[in-house]
Design a protein around this ligand. Structure first.
Ligand code: NAP
Length: 457
């Protein structure tokens, strides 16, 4: 007998893979709809919240307040969390799909874009994602090693991630110790000998990808002066046109702030943050480890709003003891699903997963794995609403799942995985983390391994 999905007798059953912002906004859109629905959210990590917990900088606690919104979503009737379940490894997508009418992929962009230049993989050349995950206490990155015994750090890229990395390197231990930074990272950063941090942008100050609030913070650091070369603030005609367009609010504000920083008189602090423009790394050089980076000077070509960096052939060297590549995140494929290698996303049409020209029935995507790694946390809300709207439109055609027996799914996962973390489990961990933090004057002291979490539970 065929069943009508999305009724009180037979609520729609949706699995969401990934518990970051896009996953939670998708859950919210489903649970706030008029359709009776059950939402099961899976994450490979024991803890929820994805990049809010492991990506947002520890000194940006206000941004993390969005977790309160996600907690309210998780408390809604019909929601369940399955932490420590790696879909694609612990359970195949096909096996999982047996229990759900639809699956929403919300697993983000886990890796980095490559620069594609010689020396990129030398010891001492790291991705920003590794460093960010490490200082945020991500279980997979807690054992990474970063040598901060040298004086010069170089960060390639000028997005907000690059800015976060620079700021963490520039701040004093006192400025970091009241954040939720991992304890081991605070120890290493407190002993850091880094005195110069160079952030390298391939385009000009009018095209920088960071946002005004983020760059403005460098004017106000405890023991670090920002340095912007006033000559870099002399821009071409197309850039002037860009800045005369009121729609470019961020660029206009960024430029004002950079101008202010370029004329800043204070140069007495111990550390320096150098913001360089119109330079691209062409080679990372060193005997056994990073020692310097070769930069090619660029000029901008193209019409206003579409200017690209073009190498001039003129090169310069910058000494570097440690280097971070921060040129954007990149999604990874999931076994059993199509993947667009060029864009690093799951191919989709407004959230409906596509295999060639065909819709892959029952599969949807949202967030960075849908559109690529762009936008702020809030951008994911509208993105997830669009995906859920299409899922609900498709509901009459969805193939009902083979089994609704969640105990069977739990047994299967128990066999394959051992411990699965529920939302109630997570709330206990959350409370203990905050309690541990209190003694240290921090918002929380994170557990950084599954073993620690299981021991507490
Ligand atoms: P992003 O904003 O896309 O910035 C990437 C940077 O890398 C740009 O400066 C880009 O320059 C540069 N780049 C790319 N390829 C390069 C190459 N081959 N050589 C040299 N430079 C290259 O990426 P992101 O910083 O990883 O941030 C990802 C998203 O998360 C963004 O939307 C960001 O705003 C958001 N985020 C927000 C916050 C916050 O709100 N506080 C914090 C962290 C991240 P071009 O501009 O020339 O392409």
């Amino acid at each position: 007998m065929s069943e009508e999905l999305g009724t009180n007798q037979r609520p729609l059953r949706v699995a969401i893979i990934g518990s970051g912002p896009s996953g939670f906004y998708a859950a919210d859109a489903l649970l706030s709809s008029q359709v009776p629905v059950r939402v099961d959210m899976f994450d490979r990590l024991p803890s929820p919240y994805g990049l809010v917990r492991y990506g947002v900088a520890p000194d940006h606690q206000k941004i993390k307040n969005v977790i309160k919104v996600y907690e309210r979503i998780a408390e809604k009737k019909g929601f369940a969390f399955w932490g420590n379940v790696n879909v694609g490894r612990d359970i195949s997508l096909g096996e999982l799909k047996r229990f759900f009418d639809a699956v929403i992929l919300a697993y983000g962009a886990e890796t980095d874009k490559k620069l594609g230049i010689p020396g990129e993989d030398l010891p001492g050349s790291h991705t920003a994602t590794e460093f960010v995950a490490w200082y945020n206490g991500h279980p997979d990155y807690k054992d990474r090693r970063f040598d901060l015994s040298g004086e010069v750090a170089v960060v390639i890229g000028q997005g907000n991630v690059a800015v976060d990395v620079c700021r963490i390197l520039c701040k004093t231990a006192d400025e970091l110790k009241t954040t939720d930074i991992a304890g081991y990272a605070l120890d290493l950063l407190a002993a850091s000998r880094v005195k110069e941090v160079h952030m390298i942008g391939r385009r000009g100050p009018a095209q920088a990808a960071f946002t005004p609030v983020e760059i403005d913070e460098f004017g106000d650091l405890g023991d670090c002066d920002p340095v912007v070369d006033p000559r870099d603030m002399e821009i071409n005609e197309a850039s002037r046109q860009e800045l005369s367009d009121p729609a470019n609010v961020h660029a206009i504000k960024n430029f004002e702030i950079l101008k202010k920083l370029s004329s800043s008189a204070s140069k007495t602090k111990r550390k320096k943050f150098y913001c360089h423009f119109l330079r691209s790394p062409v080679e990372i050089v060193g005997q056994g480890k990073v020692q310097k980076v070769i930069l090619e000077k660029n000029r901008l070509e193209g019409e206003a709003g579409r200017q690209k960096a073009k190498g001039t052939g003129d090169k310069e060297e910058l000494a570097s003891d440690i280097l971070f590549r921060s040129v954007g995140y990149r999604g990874i494929p999931m076994r059993g699903l199509p993947f667009n290698e060029e864009k690093g996303i799951v191919p989709n049409s407004q959230g409906r997963v596509m295999e060639g020209n065909q819709v892959l029935a029952g599969f949807y995507a949202t967030g960075w794995i849908k559109r690529g790694p762009s936008g702020v946390i809030g951008t994911n809300k509208a993105d997830s609403q669009e995906t859920v709207k299409h899922l609900l439109e498709d509901m009459p055609q969805l193939q009902p799942c083979e089994s609704q027996d969640m105990d069977a799914l739990a047994r299967l996962l128990l066999e394959k995985k051992g411990r699965v973390i529920s939302f109630a489990d997570w709330k206990k961990i959350d409370a203990v983390e905050m309690e541990r933090g209190k003694c240290l004057g921090k918002p929380r002291e994170k557990f950084v391994s599954l073993q620690e979490i299981v021991a507490v539970l």
